[in-house]
Design a protein around this ligand. Structure first.
Ligand SMILES: Cc1ncc(COP(=O)(O)O)c(C=O)c1O
Length: 410
């Protein structure tokens, strides 16, 4: 059975609006189950955790269940899952903790493709601890990171490599396992950091299979509340310098990396993401007994639906004389997700979204906080790119509406 799109859309109160939402790489709308969990927590649990009275225990159980849901989504243990308010904040905290474990003169690698969240914190860490920074650059003709180029940057002193699993501007996927293997062939203890923020809304994440030490997701793009979940390998977290109160022991992971604790009501809401995946599984008669296997099967349906949308979008954009698609033209789910960047001949990118606003189609333009990629592609002066970013709850009708407006306004 294909994804039942009517059922899916009925799970998202935010989709009842007249808007066609093609800005999902910015943030998805939350599932109704998430809203219900947050509301329930705030209405009936709003007390502090850790006391002996039963209401406090019930609140604690809801928060711990939310943390477990985040860990489940990553394929990690709760000890290895740092819940934070954003990826930028979570990686920043982690970088502050990892820095003191490195030695002056050690080398790190960042890319010019990544969102700033997976660059800036490592550059700050390097500046504080006297580390040498190398840059893994995209090839300007393809906007791709090539592993041969990375291999040439690695050496005996490489201690950390940070890169993205999916380009948030152009939607192209990177084989994280392959990159991790190249990194470990050079030096076994290099810390492998992958940014999965633009990937996790589209595919089932498995941090063990990818062989990463750090992995970032922003759950407000995965149908959840405005939080992030950052995986950190247990041995790495234990060794890192704690960023919480000074008396929190080094083995209290992930707590030592969650200063001030998690946001209770939103963390409780994370269970709503897995409620949603379970509801889709039940509706589609997906019956694997293991929860992760069930969720993987649900994400396979999401990917199939997205591939159909992506193919129709690309076909329409590529056939328009004034439009140039930036990034892969192949809609195959092995290559990309339906985050589609384009430019329009003789137009500044800022001119395009307002043409669609009037038709209740939500798009966005800019550099998407990946200024290095936009610079390398020579698009900074044109305002970057226009980005239409779809997820599984979008429909072919919406794509057709977008394409017909495109033909009308350009
Ligand atoms: C690929 C990627 N990484 C990181 C981030 C930063 O996420 P956050 O807003 O949770 O800090 C974003 C945000 O758009 C992103 O697209």
């Amino acid at each position: 059975m294909n994804l039942d799109i009517e059922f899916v859309r009925a799970q998202f109160p935010g989709l009842e609006s007249p808007w066609v939402l093609f800005d999902n790489a910015g943030g998805s709308v939350p599932a109704g189950a998430v809203i219900d969990r947050v509301t329930r927590y705030m209405r009936s649990r709003g007390v502090q955790l850790g006391a002996s009275y039963s209401l406090s225990s019930a609140a604690e159980a809801d928060v711990r269940a939310g943390e477990a849901a985040a860990a489940l989504l990553l394929g990690a243990s709760t000890q290895e899952t740092i819940v934070s308010h954003s990826t930028t904040a979570g990686l920043g905290i982690l970088a502050a903790g990892i820095g003191p474990t490195l030695t002056e003169g050690d080398e790190i690698v960042v890319t010019n493709l990544d969102h700033a969240a997976n660059i800036g914190c490592w550059l700050r860490m390097a500046a504080h601890h006297g580390l040498v920074v190398r840059e893994w650059k995209i090839r300007p003709d393809t906007a791709r990171l090539e592993t041969d180029d990375l291999a040439a940057l690695l050496g005996p002193k490489t201690r950390l490599v940070a890169f993205t699993q999916c380009a948030n501007v152009v939607g192209e996927l990177i084989d994280v396992r392959r990159v991790a293997d190249v990194i470990r062939d050079n030096r076994k203890d290099t810390i492998v950091v992958a940014d999965g923020v633009a990937y996790a809304p589209h595919r089932h994440v498995d941090v063990e299979a990818m062989g990463v030490d750090v992995y970032a997701t922003s759950l407000y793009k995965v149908y959840g509340p405005h939080l992030s979940a950052i995986y950190g390998r247990a041995s790495l977290l234990r060794e890192a310098q704690g960023q919480n109160h000074w008396f929190i022991a080094d083995d209290r992971i992930p707590y030592k990396m969650q200063p001030g604790n998690v946001t209770h009501e939103l963390t409780a809401g994370l269970t709503g993401i897995t409620d949603y995946l379970d509801a889709v599984a039940a509706h589609h008669d997906i019956r694997q007994p293991a929860t992760r296997a069930r969720h993987a099967a649900v994400f396979e349906r999401f990917a199939a639906q997205e591939a159909t949308l992506c193919a129709r979008m690309l076909e329409g954009l590529l056939s328009h004389d004034a439009v140039s698609v930036v990034g892969p033209h192949d809609p195959s789910p092995a290559i990309r997700v339906p985050t589609i960047a384009f430019t329009v001949k003789d137009r500044h990118a800022s001119e395009i979204p307002p043409l669609f606003d009037a038709h209740h189609i939500g798009l966005r333009y800019g550099d998407f906080y990946a200024p290095g990629a936009i610079d390398a592609l020579g698009l900074a002066e044109r305002g970057g790119v226009v980005r239409a970013s779809l997820v599984h709850y979008n429909t072919l009708d919406e794509v057709d509406r977008f394409l017909s407006v495109l033909r009308e306004v350009l």
